[in-house]
Design a protein around this ligand. Structure first.
Ligand SMILES: [Zn+2]
Length: 250
């Protein structure tokens, strides 16, 4: 315990030291701002936050309020395996830039900027959750990128909500090709049975409610496969929380 506390003091001290040496930069534009994790006020208004009304299941934003509990066309024709999904921002040039910088430029402090957004859209699911689990990266990709951005967001969110975070519960069983240009069908094929729960986590997941965290929700193919693995291992329900969501007309 004391070791943990000392580590915390060292971490806090390090973060203060880094802040003192490097000026805090906006996680979207890279411009200098007042404090770490802050967004340049000039770009703030161009970020497109998702708010109600949304599909009760997948969180697809509706143009008009169609009443509580309404489902989108896609969820009506095929209900996803997860209980619900929500995302903070619509995918556009700006949010794409935000995620790319976060992914490849070691903008790890950006995770802190995402937390209030995720808490706003994911309040209900976080209130019911027993655990937070990130979508895993395969170890090859982890080596190249040095960290898993979904795990970093999940860890920061877990700390902030005082929810246990299980970074290794889900495992990517095989490397899957990057999904950049794939459509939903190809993505579905690409990730089919790609995930499993490590046996040592099965007992703690029994009957539990999980919030599965990812940086971007594109077609939902990856999070649906992760959900299947968690449910198969005994979880009661899985909710998905992402920073950015691709919104295509249905
Ligand atoms: Zn939906």
């Amino acid at each position: 315990m004391r070791a943990l506390q000392s580590l915390k003091i060292v971490e806090t001290g390090l973060s203060a030291a880094v802040d003192a040496v490097l000026p805090p930069r906006c996680v979207v534009t890279g411009g200098v701002v007042d404090r770490q994790g802050m967004i340049d006020p000039q770009v703030w208004r161009d970020l497109s936050f998702i708010s109600d009304p949304v599909c009760d299941c997948c969180g697809f934003p509706f143009e008009f309020d169609v009443g509580p509990g309404s489902l989108c066309v896609s969820c009506l024709s095929s209900r996803p395996v997860y209980a619900s999904a929500r995302a903070a921002l619509v995918y556009n040039d700006l949010s794409r830039n935000l995620i790319l910088r976060f992914k490849y430029a070691d903008q790890t402090h950006a995770a802190h900027a995402f937390i209030p957004w995720l808490k706003r859209v994911g309040g209900d699911m976080l209130g019911r959750a027993d655990y937070i689990v990130p979508v895993p990266l395969h170890s090859f990709r982890l080596l190249r990128r040095r960290y898993n951005q979904a795990a970093l967001i999940a860890q920061t969110l877990g700390k902030s909500c005082e929810l246990p975070y299980l970074p290794q519960a889900l495992k990517r069983q095989r490397p899957t090709p990057s999904q950049g240009k794939m459509d939903y069908k190809d993505r579905q094929k690409n990730v089919r049975n790609a995930f499993s729960v490590l046996p040592r986590y099965e007992s703690c997941l029994q009957g539990k409610t999980i919030v599965l965290v990812d940086d971007v929700y594109t077609t939902g193919a990856t999070v649906k496969e992760c959900t299947k693995a968690l449910l198969k291992a005994g979880a009661k329900e899985v909710h998905v929380l992402a920073v950015v969501r691709v919104v295509r007309a249905q």
